[in-house]
Design a protein around this ligand. Sequence first.
Ligand SMILES: C[S@@+](CC[C@H](N)C(=O)[O-])C[C@H]1O[C@@H](n2cnc3c(N)ncnc32)[C@H](O)[C@@H]1O
Length: 236
Amino acid sequence: MINQKHITDPFELKKLPKLHPYRLVWTAYSRLLDSYGKVTQIPISSQLKSFVPEHVFKNSGSFLPETAVTSNQLELLKIAIATTEYLSEPLAEIGSYRGATTQKLAQETKRLIYAVDPYIGYGGWESDLDAFKEKVEFLPNVNHLRMTSGMAFKQLQNKSLSMVFIDAVHDFSNTWFDFCSWSSLVVPGGLIAMHDVDYFPGTNLAFRKIIAQTNKYSLWGYCPNIAIVKKLDVND
Ligand SMILES: C[S@@+](CC[C@H](N)C(=O)[O-])C[C@H]1O[C@@H](n2cnc3c(N)ncnc32)[C@H](O)[C@@H]1O
């Protein structure tokens, strides 16, 4: 069983001096894992015979403005929201960028959505924050936490969630940290969606490790470059 407490938050590690031995060794190992991800990278679609998800889109559909999430990927996320509608717990989106996905997801449910994004330059800047604010200002169920995934997790660690959408930094270490942290808050039957599972080697490796844990998660939905797992009840 994975113990979230033993997984390093890559952003917390940045507080150590660059030449600190722990940071140096950890960074080298982290890069090695990304390289391993690259040489072993396979599309998640190649796993569908073994894992048989309930919802599959064969192609990703068309591009949408201000997001890398495509039309069919968004449809899959909407089905996931509808499926978890019987649960009352909030949702969380890790990585919100210009708010395109946050807005679409929040319009599908009355549940609260925590939108976690620090806008500190790792893919999201102050100008992206302005676009985000414009998209969500009329949505009462969006709660923006302007902080990193790790900081937000510390703030919410006693809460339960019905669904999480992880789409922040796409190397192995960040994806793995985000998954292990946020999935620990998801109730049994809840869903965890992850973007970029096919195109980014680190995220691809992390997702292959996740679906291998068949006692804890089942592959619930897939559309090229996005996949969703269901958290199983320990008694399932
Ligand atoms: C790929 S974009 C998110 C895209 C968004 N879901 C969409 O489709 O429009 C990645 C976002 O992750 C944010 N980010 C970077 N580091 C982060 C961290 N440690 N925790 C949470 N979000 C982070 C960036 O600011 C950026 O806006």
